[in-house]
Design a protein. Structure first.
Length: 386
């Protein structure tokens, strides 16, 4: 992978320094909602300890800042007011403010969706400075958006008078570092639909892992790069040249499927069978699963991102289910990242069977691929003592 972000220890929450201070707390409260009701509050639950720690310091005021969905302008269906009842379960005195938070007489204030202001996306310095008006300290605990150059991310970190990082951010970084620098042999499993979205990730893992198992639609592109006809399977033609170069450079590390399952539930062995024009590979085959399981059993560190087939539709979730269960049982340090993988293990009730489960999505991929995040680079540039 890219070199791990080298820095002095990130500044953690210092309760003594926050007493009687005004704190801007950047969280990721992009909670899953349906019809105006929160149905999954995981991203809130993991930062509740951070909020408790800050509140125990007896601050003058704490302003919670977050985005929520992808609204086009000021859309009430994306108002953070929807999230307030969830927050009030843990902090009954919390209130919502559609202004700057200083208009209400409360210590804990949930600000309005920062994405209502289009300056957020352009990392506008006037918005960043406006968010920091009358702020003594920024506490940043939103690893999952740390890869974005937005006004409420890198913008506030660059211009805050003081920055401290929340415990969830610290733990997320620590656990991904452990996975990327863990005991060898390291086996990485990369699935998903499109290779173009994970080129940097695969390149990085090829440099750091002992073996990289490739599945899903991504494997189709690599198989096509080897000259195997893939019928109407999902292939990214623009990525075939890059996949071919990876195979030439690191082919000894890349483990590809040797068979697959079509959408008509037919097993196909790539070395001897020719796919019809209409055939579409939607899952890895049983022989491939056996090979993957053998490599998983040899590993002391396992990193997994992305399903190995069209897991949303049975029976094409078989490969992903078997691999998920095998990783959960493995005698290894196991780390999982990426929305689809997390959804899968959640569905299987395996969340507690992995060493670490990252819910950070794109930020997880960015950090594994490059060893840093834009928010860390910004903090280092503006605050770290070199």
């Amino acid at each position: 992978m890219g070199e791990i972000f080298v820095h002095t220890q990130l500044p953690q929450i210092n309760a003594k320094q926050l007493k009687n201070k005004t704190v801007l707390l950047r969280l990721d409260l992009n909670l899953v909602c349906r019809e105006g009701q929160v149905i999954d509050q995981t991203r809130w639950d993991v930062v509740v300890p951070t909020v408790r720690m800050i509140m125990s310091a007896q601050p003058k005021k704490v302003l919670i800042l977050s985005h929520f969905g992808r609204p086009s302008g000021n859309d009430p269906t994306y108002s953070t007011r929807i999230l307030l009842p969830t927050i009030q379960k843990a902090f009954p005195d919390a209130v919502h403010s559609a202004q700057d938070g200083f208009d209400v007489d409360a210590t804990l204030v949930l600000l309005e969706n920062v994405r209502f202001d289009q300056r957020e996306y352009s990392n506008d310095i006037t918005l960043s400075r406006g968010l920091l008006k009358n702020i003594d300290c920024l506490v940043y605990d939103a690893f999952s958006v740390g890869h974005r150059s937005h006004a409420s991310v890198t913008g506030v970190v660059a211009h805050a008078p003081e920055v401290q990082f929340g415990d969830h951010f610290i733990q997320e970084k620590k656990n991904i570092d452990l996975g990327m620098n863990g005991q060898t042999p390291t086996v990485a499993i990369v699935g998903g639909a499109k290779v173009s979205t994970k080129l940097s990730l695969i390149e990085s893992l090829l440099d750091s892992a002992d073996k990289v198992i490739v599945g899903g639609g991504i494997a189709n592109t690599f198989l096509a790069a080897k000259g195997i006809y893939m019928g109407s399977s999902l292939i990214e033609s623009d990525s075939i040249t890059i996949a071919s170069a990876m195979l030439k450079r690191m082919g000894n590390k890349i483990i590809l499927p040797i068979d697959g399952v079509t959408e008509h539930e037919q097993q196909v062995t790539f070395a001897k069978d020719t796919l019809k024009d209409s055939d579409k590979i939607v899952d890895v085959g049983p022989s491939s699963i056996e090979i993957f399981l053998q490599w998983i059993q040899t590993a002391n560190t396992i990193i997994w991102n992305g399903p190995l087939g069209f897991f949303e539709k049975k029976p094409f979730d078989k490969g992903s289910l078997i691999i998920a269960q095998a990783i959960a049982k493995a005698d290894a340090y196991t780390i999982v990242g990426g929305g689809d993988s997390v959804s899968l293990i959640n569905e299987l009730s395996l969340m507690n069977d992995f060493s670490y489960v990252s819910t950070s999505g794109g930020a997880f991929l960015e950090y594994v691929a490059h060893g840093s995040l834009k928010v860390l680079d910004t903090w280092s540039l503006h605050h770290e003592t070199h």
